[in-house]
Ligand binder design. Structure first.
Ligand code: NAI
Length: 630
């Protein structure tokens, strides 16, 4: 027969994210002139006690002297602590309820505030062992019950010895006193809990380090469903993605590794083996060879707009979802387009260049306002349409041409043909995407159709313009000013010389592909991409995925979600439903979407299911990936 299992759980910085005394201090010292100083003293004494530097009773006495708590402070403390229960404890309430008779909260803190917090999770009051305050008649704390073993050094050990638990004892805690239980021989294992704090003196002694309760439950096969702790999900972020992304993944409990540069194909193929989520920017090539090694990969986040660097076909075949940041830098490009058109139409570049040569050339010749001018926008997507709105607010008349039917915003006028736009526009701004068919879409013929003295701006893709034709148009005066941010060939690093026929042309602004490069855009991308990746992992939602069928899903409530991805062949949905029906499983909701290659089926089922169902669903032919959320 298997031995009974008992769980000893620490309170401060384990059950709750904080040390209760620190919170208590911030309440009692709220209006004290030396509040900060005193709170720091309390934190320091706590840490010294935790790391074993200071005896427990000394630490307790010293802290109480500084904090000077009273009965009236307790309700506020309890309220705050209830909000500060550790995240992984909050999401594993089931465990506490299921194992209640075997769970003990043993703490050197005080029962007066511990009990109201932990009993909400189903902990039995008789299984809570902690100190108790001694109050005077005015409700001031004047000490603690010194007969309680937990008020003395080695208190937890003594308390557990008294309990005389008849089975295996597992201790979870963040402090040295928790380790002492194992050291005394009273516990089988000590799990250092590092979700809130990590103390080297404690983790170095632990049997296991558990960054969350999920990990503890997983290690001990105690989870109520087939879940996988997030700290075991490896996220690899390359190319210096914005720190906000790193922080977002870490705060969700993922195991994150970062690398500041891009990786070569071989390096990545080696590193990718245990990675579940990969984050890259534009320089890392995720090739078929890399994907072949990526046995655990669920999703790739491109922290940029383009996804050419990823073999999307191969990713789709493997059921790896790819997300990018299609509009995180839209506004940055739009602002630059507006700035450029004003600078060009006022001939400011020439004027500025002359000033640097000492030439004062004050005249209005060749300088115009943008107000009232016709702006022709080619490509009315995210950027083009946003530019339309802002240009109108400057008093411009907007014409646009898009190969697809697009809603005209404000008073913008749609052109039936591109040539209609060329013939009317005073300023032309290119915002088409980089599809191969757009190569050289602007050639000598196109420039011929444009008005004399047109301003031409390309912030989209380099290969869409025939550079020689543009050069001729500028030199002939057809184009009065141009701005180009993107080029058919762009230097691969800042060390490479930029070579182009456009260098040295009059009223020509050249910029090194920086249309979307602002700190705001980088931060937007850093927020946007992890949000999509985590939404996909946590809910199965694929909206905004570049390669998987886009499914937006309702929130999962009181159900399990089965996520099934398969090659797009007929009859799979029927097979899934046959399996569910044969086990009498109630379907709460079902969503299916397919694209050319893949079928994506989400089935929400009521709580009851057995493991056979899972293995049958997994073994349906043509299955690419299957996972469960609960
Ligand atoms: P988007 O995909 O939202 O819009 C592109 C639009 O162009 C679509 O509406 C599409 O139907 C249209 N289009 C494609 N080919 C066309 C054609 N031949 N004729 C007419 N319309 C055509 O893309 P978004 O986000 O607006 O980006 C536009 C361009 O800006 C992209 O090429 C992108 O790579 C580039 N970009 C450049 C940046 C920079 O740093 N300079 C930063 C961000 C984007």
């Amino acid at each position: 027969m298997q031995a009974q299992k008992y769980f000893i759980i620490d309170f401060d910085s384990t059950f709750t994210k904080v040390e209760a005394f620190d919170v208590l201090a911030s309440i009692t010292l709220k209006d004290h002139p030396e509040k900060l100083d005193k709170i720091n003293q309390v934190v320091e004494i706590t840490n010294r006690g935790m790391s074993g530097e200071l005896s427990f009773r000394e630490s307790l006495e010293q802290r109480l002297r500084i904090i000077a708590p009273e009965k009236r402070h307790l309700p506020e403390l309890i309220k705050e602590l209830k909000q500060l229960v550790s995240d992984s404890f909050k999401r594993n309430k089931d465990f506490f309820q299921k194992w209640a008779p075997n769970i003990y909260v043993i703490s050197n803190g005080f029962k007066e505030f511990i009990e109201p917090v932990v009993t909400e999770y189903g902990i039995i009051p008789e299984n809570i062992f902690a100190n108790t305050f001694v109050f005077n008649k005015d409700g001031k704390v004047i000490g603690f019950d010194t007969n309680n073993p937990l008020s003395a050094n080695n208190g937890k050990v003594e308390q557990i010895r008294k309990l005389n638990l008849p089975g295996d004892v597992y201790v979870i805690g963040d402090g040295y006193t928790d380790y002492e239980i194992k050291h005394s021989g009273l516990a089988n294992k000590f799990f250092a809990f590092t979700e809130n704090v990590e103390r080297a003196s404690v983790t170095s002694k632990a049997d296991h380090i558990t960054p969350s309760l999920d990990e503890f439950l997983f290690l001990n096969k105690l989870n109520t469903a087939i879940s996988y702790p997030k700290n075991r999900i490896q996220v690899l972020l390359l190319e210096n993605v914005h720190p906000v992304a790193v922080q977002l993944f870490r705060s969700e409990g993922f195991h994150v590794e970062t690398y500041s540069a891009a990786m070569t194909e071989d390096e990545l193929a080696e590193c990718i083996k245990n990675v579940s989520v990969l984050g890259i920017r534009s320089k890392t090539m995720v090739s078929q060879k890399v994907l072949e090694q990526a046995g655990r990969l669920m999703a790739i986040g491109a922290f940029c707009i383009g996804t050419n660097q990823i073999d999307l076909k191969a990713a789709t075949k493997k059921g790896v979802a790819v997300f990018n940041a299609p509009f995180s830098n839209t506004r940055s490009v739009v602002e630059m387009a507006i700035a450029l058109m004003i600078v060009l139409i006022r001939n400011i570049v020439e004027k500025s260049n002359k000033m640097h040569q000492g030439i004062w050339d004050k005249s209005a010749k060749g300088s115009f306002e943008v107000r009232g001018k016709k702006l022709g926008i080619v490509g009315y997507g995210n950027i083009g349409s946003q530019l339309s709105v802002i240009a109108e607010s400057l008093g411009m008349q907007v014409l646009y041409y898009d190969r697809e039917e697009k809603l005209a915003l404000g008073n913008a006028t749609k052109c039936k043909r591109l040539s209609d736009l060329f013939e009317q526009a005073d300023i032309i701004s290119m915002h088409v995407d980089g599809r191969a068919a757009n190569e050289n879409m602007i050639q000598a013929e196109a420039f011929k159709k444009m008005k004399d003295g047109v301003i031409f701006i390309n912030l989209s893709r380099g290969h869409i313009v025939d550079i020689k034709a543009l050069r001729d148009a500028v030199l002939s005066g057809k184009v009065a000013g141009c701005a180009v941010d993107v080029f058919p060939y762009e230097p691969v690093s800042n060390n490479e010389e930029f070579i182009s026929e456009l260098r040295g042309l009059p009223n020509t602004i050249l910029t090194p592909h920086i249309g979307g490069s602002t700190l705001e855009a980088q931060e937007n991308i850093g927020n946007f991409v992890p949000a999509r990746l985590m939404e996909y992992i946590n809910t199965g939602c694929t909206s905004n995925s570049v390669n998987l069928p886009n499914l937006t899903l309702p929130e999962l409530e009181n159900a399990h979600r089965l996520i099934h991805m398969h090659h797009n062949v007929p009859g799979i949905l029927a097979k899934i439903n046959q399996v569910l029906a044969s086990h009498g499983i109630n379907i709460a909701g079902q969503y299916l979407k397919t694209n050319e290659d893949i079928g994506y089926v989400i089935t929400d089922i009521n709580k009851e299911y057995n493991k056979e169902v899972i293995s049958e669903l997994r073994s349906i032919e043509q299955t690419i990936k299957f996972r469960i959320l609960y």
